[in-house]
Design a binder for this molecule. Sequence first.
Ligand code: FES
Length: 150
Amino acid sequence: MALFNLTINGKSQQVDVDPSTPMLWVLRDHLDLVGTKFGCGIAQCGACTIHLDGNAIRSCQLPVSAAEGAQITTIEGLSENGDHPVQQAWLEHDVPQCGYCQAGQIMSAAALLAQNPNPSDTDIDNAMNGNICRCGTYTRIKAAIHTASK
Ligand code: FES
């Protein structure tokens, strides 16, 4: 075990965990930030996507020891009141079906738009193809990203 000082959603947090603990479990089990989901645990599904210094990353593959000193953002910290343009577009397009993958989808989409405010369909496909949706909401996801980009 070791102490780690983290900055999560703009707040300083300290956790005492094994250095190899994935951020996914630090968030969920130690900090009660359960909006970030466990899907596969092997970087294949995108359900656990968070932002590390603004980049979308898989928290199931990020050891806590690699997160010190970075700005970490989870779905809980993406906006104050769920009013990030991506979240508003998600509501407008009624994107989720079961909802399980959607926090990860939204985090990937928000990172894409921060880096590329007017993505083409191909840009969206390239940015989002690591986020799997078992319900197949991909068409609505793409439409919502275009709406959020306006
Ligand atoms: Fe991390 Fe699937 S739980 S990519």
